[in-house]
Design a protein around this ligand. Structure first.
Ligand code: GLN
Length: 250
């Protein structure tokens, strides 16, 4: 068993150790005897619909986003088809913004987006920085928390009816006002949470891994063997504690 993972622009969009999310997925796959075929997708590289079981894109400064935005925007159709066909997606911060319709950066420059997520983003004056805690329910009745770190000028506005990743318990989230964070569309997740995100939220890593395996097999979500996550649970507790201590004010 193996999963094929496409990492969009690893050289441009990688801050706050976002690349660490790949390392976590690779390890959690290996500990279960699952192969992890990591493939970088750079500017101008091909992206065939269905080739990847999981697509990942990290965060970045406005400057790096401007360098990749036209290339990513041109992949909008392929990304929509891939997600419709069951490919899982994790997009973090700057990558998350560019999977919406557009990101208007602090200079007022409008960067085109891929239009996968039903949202747009406009940079504000003050950055939203600090630890974040979310409550989410990705499966009916299954309440979970997600802990991470945010640092963004962008205020992301979800379209009416769009699904957020979760409710903000502490922190700013999408715009510091709506009380929501991130966006989800099928197996595609977008979030502002760095950290990296997955080491302190192993259940989310396993969810993405199971979805990637289901895409590869064309079948149901497999049950993954449980792992000893004591360290991950401690990291989650510390991160959640910092977020609660900070609340959500500028
Ligand atoms: N440059 C974007 C912003 O400031 C995204 C930042 C990031 O990826 N951390 O909002």
């Amino acid at each position: 068993m193996k999963v094929v993972v496409g990492h969009l622009y690893p050289d441009y969009l990688n801050i706050y150790a976002d690349r660490g999310n790949m390392a976590v997925l690779e390890r959690r796959a290996a500990w279960r005897g699952i192969g992890f075929d990591w493939r970088a997708i750079g500017i101008g590289d091909s992206l065939l619909v269905g080739e990847h079981d999981l697509l990942y894109v990290g965060g970045g400064q406005d400057r790096e986003q401007a360098l990749v935005a036209p290339d990513l925007a041109a992949r909008g159709e392929a990304l929509r088809e891939a997600v419709e066909a069951g490919t899982a997606v994790l997009a973090v911060c700057g990558g998350y913004q560019l999977l919406g319709r557009f990101y208007r950066d602090r200079a007022g420059e409008e960067l085109p987006g891929a239009g996968l997520f039903p949202l747009h983003t406009i940079a504000g004056e003050r950055r939203m920085i600090g630890d974040v805690l979310l409550e989410c329910e990705l499966e009916p009745g299954e309440r979970r928390t997600v802990a991470g770190f945010e640092n963004h000028a962008g205020r992301t506005i979800l379209d009416a009816g769009a699904e957020p990743l979760g409710k903000v318990v502490a922190g700013f989230g999408n715009d510091g006002e709506s009380g929501f964070e991130g966006c989800r569309l099928g197996r595609a997740l977008g979030t502002y949470l760095h950290g990296p995100l997955l080491p302190r939220n192993p259940w989310l890593a396993d969810r993405l891994l199971a979805q990637a395996l289901a895409h590869r097999s064309g079948g149901e979500l497999p049950e993954l063997a449980p792992l000893e996550d004591g360290l991950e649970a401690a990291a989650h507790r510390v991160s959640a504690g910092r977020a609660r201590a900070r609340g959500g004010r500028f």
